[in-house]
Ligand binder design. Structure first.
Ligand code: SF4
Ligand code: SF4
Length: 118
């Protein structure tokens, strides 16, 4: 079992989750984070830390469709170990529907890059 990051993370990057993860298993895309399921120790401390309610255990209803993207992009994106400022669109996109189809950016994040638009 592992925890997964889900759709409402897209466009936010609040990164509160990164601050509390004891094993640094979050990976950073341009406008979303994912969890490496092979490194997650299932401690659960990140779930209540997420202001977007975007983290859930992979046994919870609604998590199944996010397991593959978390595994896929964890292998492609760089590790993030420190919190950073949220994206400018974080509050505006919080809770929006269809974020994956309309805003998801799959390429690896650059170390200090911010997308021009999400
Ligand atoms: S705190 Fe939640 S919304 Fe923010 S980066 Fe982490 S998982 Fe994504
Ligand atoms: S459940 Fe624990 S180990 Fe897994 S991502 Fe969250 S804080 Fe990190």
């Amino acid at each position: 079992m592992a925890y997964v990051v889900t759709e409402n993370c897209i466009g936010c990057k609040y990164t509160d989750c990164v601050s509390v993860c004891p094993v640094d298993c979050f990976r950073e895309g341009p406008n979303m984070l994912v969890i490496d399921p092979d490194e997650c120790i299932d401690c659960g401390v990140c779930e209540p830390s997420c202001p977007a309610n975007a983290i859930m255990a992979d046994i919870q209803p609604g998590s199944a469709q996010w397991q593959a993207p978390n595994r896929e992009y964890a292998a492609l994106w760089p590790r993030i170990v420190a919190a950073k400022d949220p994206l400018p669109t974080a509050d505006a996109l919080n809770g929006k529907a269809r974020k994956f189809n309309e805003h998801f950016l799959p390429q690896p994040a650059q170390p200090s890059a911010r997308p021009e638009q999400v």
